[in-house]
Design a protein around this ligand. Structure first.
Ligand SMILES: [Fe+2]
Ligand SMILES: [Fe+2]
Length: 249
C-alpha cells in the first residue's frame, strides 16, 4: 500500500494543531484545589516522560524496511509525540510543578521495545496508544481545568490518527501470516495490553477520578479500545487502509 495520504496528513497536521492550541488560554490560573492538582501533576509527569523519546531505533528499523514514504510519515509522527511531551511540560508549568527525570514504567517499556523488530515495536506502540486514548479523551471532555481540557483535546486529536496509522502499517506486516498464527499473536498482544492497561489505570487513577472515571471503568474502556484496534489489524489484514481522518477535508 502507499502511505502518501499519511505523509500528506502529517505534513498538514501542524496547522490543525496550532488552531487547537490557539483556543487554549495558557495564562489562565488553574482553578484546581491542592489535591486535584497533585493528581494531575503526578499523571502529567509520567506522560511527559512517556512521550519524550527521540524514536531513533524505531526509525532505524523502519528505514531498514525500505519504504521511504512510510519512513517520512513515521518521522513526523515521532515529532508529534515530542510535541505531546512538550504539551505535558507546559501543563506541568501551568500547575506549577517540575518534570521527572525517569519512571520505572517508562524505562521498562523502552527497554522492551528496543529489543524487538519493527512489527512488534509498532504493536507495542499501538497497545500504548490504544490504552491511553481514553485518558486523553477524558482529559479533553472532563478535566476540571480548561487548560488541561485543551491539552487533552490537542493530544487526542493527534492520537486518533496515530492509531489508524499504526493499524494501516501493521496490517501490511501481518498480511502474509496465516490466520491461526495471527490468533496466537493476538493472544500475546492481549496479555501485554492487560498489563499496560493495568499500569496506566493504577498510575493515573487519581487523575482519572478527577475526570469522573472510576479506575475499573477506565480499565475496561482501555481494553475495549485495544481490542477494536487489534481485531482491525489481525482479522482484516487485507482490508482497505483506514487512512487519516483528515483525508479529503
Ligand atoms: Fe502521544
Ligand atoms: Fe501517538
Amino acid at each position: 500500500m502507499s502511505f502518501d495520504d499519511w505523509l500528506t496528513h502529517f505534513r498538514s497536521n501542524p496547522a490543525r494543531q496550532l488552531m487547537i492550541e490557539a483556543g487554549i488560554d495558557w495564562d489562565a490560573p488553574s482553578p484546581l484545589d491542592a489535591r486535584t492538582r497533585r493528581a494531575f501533576v503526578r499523571s502529567f509527569q509520567r506522560f511527559e516522560l512517556g512521550e519524550s523519546g527521540d524514536g531513533e531505533r524505531l526509525l532505524a528499523k523502519a528505514s531498514a524496511a525500505g519504504d521511504p514514504t512510510y519512513l517520512a510519515a513515521l518521522e513526523l509522527l515521532v515529532v508529534e509525540e515530542q510535541k505531546h511531551s512538550a504539551l505535558f511540560r507546559r501543563g506541568l508549568d501551568h500547575l506549577g510543578a517540575p518534570t521527572l527525570s525517569s519512571h520505572w514504567s517508562d524505562a521498562a517499556f523502552t527497554t522492551l521495545r528496543r529489543a524487538l523488530g519493527l512489527r512488534t515495536e509498532l504493536a507495542l506502540f499501538l497497545i500504548a496508544e490504544t490504552v491511553a486514548m481514553g485518558y486523553f479523551v477524558a482529559l479533553a471532555e472532563h478535566a476540571p481545568d480548561p487548560v488541561l481540557r485543551g491539552i487533552g483535546r490537542r493530544i487526542s486529536t493527534d492520537e486518533r490518527d496515530h492509531i489508524r496509522f499504526q493499524i494501516d502499517r501493521l496490517r501490511v506486516g501481518f498480511r502474509r501470516m496465516p490466520g491461526p498464527a495471527r490468533v496466537v499473536v493476538g493472544l500475546c498482544w492481549g496479555v501485554i495490553a492487560v498489563g499496560a492497561a493495568t499500569v496506566i489505570t493504577v498510575d493515573h487513577r487519581a487523575a482519572l477520578r478527577a475526570c469522573g472515571l472510576s479506575p475499573l471503568d477506565y480499565w475496561g474502556r482501555a481494553l475495549r479500545q485495544f481490542r477494536r484496534a487489534a481485531q482491525s489489524v489481525l482479522t482484516r489484514p487485507r482490508a482497505r487502509p483506514l487512512g487519516p481522518t483528515t483525508k479529503g477535508s
